[in-house]
Ligand binder design. Sequence first.
Ligand SMILES: Cc1cc2nc3c(=O)[nH]c(=O)nc-3n(C[C@H](O)[C@H](O)[C@H](O)COP(=O)(O)O)c2cc1C
Length: 199
Amino acid sequence: MRKVTLETAAFVVPAPVILLSCVGADGSANIMGLAWAGVACATPPMVSVAIRPGRLSYDLIRESGEFVLNIPPASLLRAVDFCGMVSGRDVNKFIEARLTPMAGLKVRAPLIRECPVNLECVTRQSLVLGSHVLFLAEVVALHADEEVVEEGEVVVGRVAPLAYDPFGGDYWSLKEVVAHHGFSEGTMPGRAETGPATP
Ligand SMILES: Cc1cc2nc3c(=O)[nH]c(=O)nc-3n(C[C@H](O)[C@H](O)[C@H](O)COP(=O)(O)O)c2cc1C
């Protein structure tokens, strides 16, 4: 198979679909759609989020040093798309998208009640990279709806998260588990020394 070389891009797909909620110094809360986010560290638990400085949410995160990452279920797709299309400078997205702000434990930014998983985050570092500023933030509290939790763990299948193609603009559902981590052990040469690897 021949390869074609394309224009360079940070083509890591799929991306998660997240609703980031934040609050300004005056107490006004906002929501933005977020796809360029990821796990940055396990201990302490840290995430990275890449945000364009033109966003209202960028200003609010700069002001407060905090935000909440909310994982929306597929049923909230219309609200997700809306929150990623319009700015909180023009509308109150909590009201227009019929999402409910809910007090967290550690940060002033509200959780979104309709999202089954919520990560309260405090910014520790930021890097100006170019079009986007990368915030590295510590997860200081993690919440989940009782219905998606079993034996202290979030069951991802019950959350029904979405995936996003930031280059093509398509939302994807995650419908099928194709294997469980470590399933290849013993079927290929070499031996896993400490069991299946985790990131
Ligand atoms: C699915 C999706 C993912 C997005 N991901 C990002 C992102 O990672 N970073 C970013 O700066 N903007 C992203 N956006 C765009 C912002 O959500 C959008 O510009 C929003 O209107 C900003 O709102 P605000 O001005 O109220 O902060 C995304 C939009 C969508 C629909």
